[in-house]
Design a protein around this ligand. Structure first.
Ligand code: NOJ
Length: 618
């Protein structure tokens, strides 16, 4: 029976589906929870919290690079570090402050680098440590920062720690991972003999039998991603030493992969298994477990405390609630600066991420509004539409056809004007769209391919039914190559790309966008500039308006005597914005809009996918 902390008990609050794809038929419950500061790096009174800590990241914008798909310098069809270095001027022109690099460490690439076999190296596919140092120097030379992906819930099964651990039951590293014998009364290998009934995020059970020793090891993700046992202090110290090594090398922080999974209930109880489900839901036993706050505070003390320099930590936390997030991001607690939560990217899903539903804008306002209110006084939000695990936002909540540019710029405006640190995922600044995948052979992602096999092979769904969901929700939508120009492989590679380039690169590409002041790129550039120049964007309070309006997203931001009004039309029709004091706002300064010829008087009626930001002082 679970005796949990606030973190665990909060999981009973109905949440969004889990973002990854456990997707076996009948499985239900898991899814139910689920400037430059123009003085970047300078500490000013405005960026310090009550304890005197520098909070420079409150006015910063982060750009995520998925190295495999960004830029290929050597023609092997896979992006690499020299490729990234060669494209840094694109990011300088956009004006971002921080780059988050998805994993570039040595890896068998079972999960595109989120399965790491050496934490202190660079995969030859991506280059060398010398290439990395050159990239870091070039990033710093442009006044930007570089944050690494930290994947320490699990390693690759090819990491020397795991190779040792599996070598014998009495190996000194045996306890660095979760090893257990078969279920009582059953023999290893018997169907259902796994130590718990938990289902893996990438289909199948979370346990893999090691024939040689007759024990199973835990893997919440693929069988090539064994979970580290954070109960073992040697594991924690080895991780902290590795983190210090990267900081000493000059990196500026970490994005921490599924970091709220590192503390598990050591009793490893079975999870609830719904009728017809093949596996149980283990998440109450490993999300925000009993020691999660202790581990993050220990990490902070061992790795970050006392370091000079403006660093950034962001924890990816599936299933995290507002109350938990406030604890994780309360600066006085010294855990992380901000977390990635998943509520808003689960609102268009039913029982699983593959069960796609239309978005009701009122749900989006209720969700994001609750996060804004919940972290208003203590803690901090991260703001994102996209990352390497999410389909493209313009195809998801916007219109990637006739209104692609208007809807992409409206979505960017609404997100970036919230209180929090915005994250831009590569290609989002171009309005890149989902890809026209024709068949399962076009997909590369382990989650997508395993889901297809788990449903189509046994005949639970037809190939077309599964493909229809994959086309909308697959992570591969985010992973098609960056579209630099209109040349055959979009300027991404001179070779054969590892995943097909979206054919719309003929028109949707960085070169065309740079030459067009009306492009998504220039709008994102203006949004980032606005955050840097207008303190109310970073530091103002947040007040949601029109919560029941089905088309118009509206809110105000206030800092002292400055007030901003942000409006976005989430529809392809004209929509009046019946905001309080509309007449007063109509006469105020239009700071930013995404469509030209905005009338400067009269009632505010937004055109399809229009966004406006007004400013007034009182
Ligand atoms: C979260 C990462 O964002 C995702 O891409 C990865 O598959 C899982 N964690 C496992 O590392």
């Amino acid at each position: 029976m679970w005796k949990g902390t606030i973190c665990q008990s909060a999981l009973v609050v109905p949440g969004p589906p889990y973002p990854f794809g456990v997707s076996l038929p009948g499985m239900d419950s898991l899814w139910r929870r689920w400037w430059r500061p123009h003085t970047l790096g300078q500490v000013t009174e405005a960026t310090r919290d009550q304890d005197g800590q520098d909070q420079w990241w409150k006015s910063a914008v982060v750009y995520q690079i998925y190295p495999r798909s960004f830029a290929d310098s050597n023609g092997d069809g896979i992006g690499d570090l020299p490729g990234i270095t060669s494209r840094l001027d694109h990011l300088s022109a956009l004006g971002v402050d921080v780059i988050w690099l998805s994993p570039v460490y040595p890896s068998p690439q079972d999960d595109n680098g989120y399965d790491i076999s050496d934490y202190q190296g660079i995969d030859p596919t991506f280059g060398t440590l010398a290439d990395f140092d050159e990239l870091l120097d070039q990033v710093h030379a442009r006044g930007m920062k570089l944050v690494m992906d930290l994947v320490v819930n699990h390693t690759s099964d090819e990491h020397p720690w795991f190779v040792e651990s599996r070598s014998s039951s009495d190996n000194p590293k045996r306890d660095w991972y979760w090893w257990r014998g078969p279920r009582e009364g059953m023999a290893a290998g018997d169907p259902g003999a796994e130590p718990t009934n938990w289902g893996s995020f990438f289909s199948g059970p979370t346990w893999e039998l090691d024939e040689a020793t007759g024990q199973y090891y835990l893997h919440l993700f693929s069988r090539k991603q064994p979970d580290l046992n954070w109960e073992n202090p040697q594991v924690r110290e080895a991780v902290y030493a590795m983190m210090r090594w990267w900081l000493d090398r000059g990196v500026d922080g970490f994005r921490m992969d599924v970091i709220n999974m590192i503390s598990k209930d050591t009793a490893l109880p079975d999870g609830h298994q719904g009728p017809g489900a093949h596996h149980g839901d283990g998440s109450p036993h490993f999300l925000c477990g009993p020691r999660i706050h202790e581990f993050l505070q220990e990490m902070h003390a061992a790795v970050f405390a006392g370091r000079d320099g403006a660093l950034l930590t962001v924890g990816e936390m599936p299933g995290v609630t507002v109350d938990e997030a406030r604890l994780f991001t309360d600066p006085a607690r010294r855990e992380v600066d901000m977390v990635f939560q998943f509520e808003h990217v689960g609102l268009d899903q039913g029982d699983s991420k593959w069960d796609v539903r239309p978005l009701d804008l009122r749900d989006l306002k209720a969700s994001l509004g609750r996060w804004q209110a919940g972290l208003a006084e203590t803690g901090w939000n991260s703001l994102y539409w996209n990352n390497h695990d999410q389909p493209r936002i313009v195809s998801r909540f916007g219109d990637d056809g006739e209104h692609r540019v208007a809807s992409a710029t409206m979505l960017g405006t609404v997100l970036h004007l919230h209180r929090g640190t915005p994250y831009v995922y590569q290609g989002e600044e171009l309005g890149m769209t989902n890809a026209p995948f024709a068949s399962i052979e076009d997909f590369r992602d382990i989650e997508s391919v395993n889901h297809y096999r788990a449903w189509v092979d046994p005949g639970h769904q037809s190939a077309e039914e599964v493909l229809a969901a994959l086309r909308v929700m697959s992570r591969d939508n985010a992973r098609t190559p960056m579209q630099w120009d209109d040349s055959p492989h979009a300027g991404f590679t001179t070779g054969e790309p590892w995943i097909a380039v979206n054919p719309n690169h003929a028109t949707v590409n960085a070169a065309a966008a740079a030459a067009d002041e009306g492009s998504v790129f220039h709008h994102y550039r203006r949004l980032i500039e606005l955050r840097h120049k207008e303190p109310a964007v970073a530091h103002g309070d947040f007040h949601m308006l029109l919560p029941h309006d089905e088309r118009v997203y509206a809110f105000t931001r206030r800092l002292e005597d400055v007030e901003l009004l942000v409006l976005g039309n989430f529809s392809g029709e004209e929509a009046p914005a019946d905001v309080p004091d509309a007449a007063g706002w109509a006469g105020s300064e239009l700071l930013l809009g995404n469509l030209s010829d905005v009338p400067d008087a009269g009632p505010i009626v937004l055109r399809p996918w229009e966004a406006r930001v007004y400013r007034r002082t009182s």
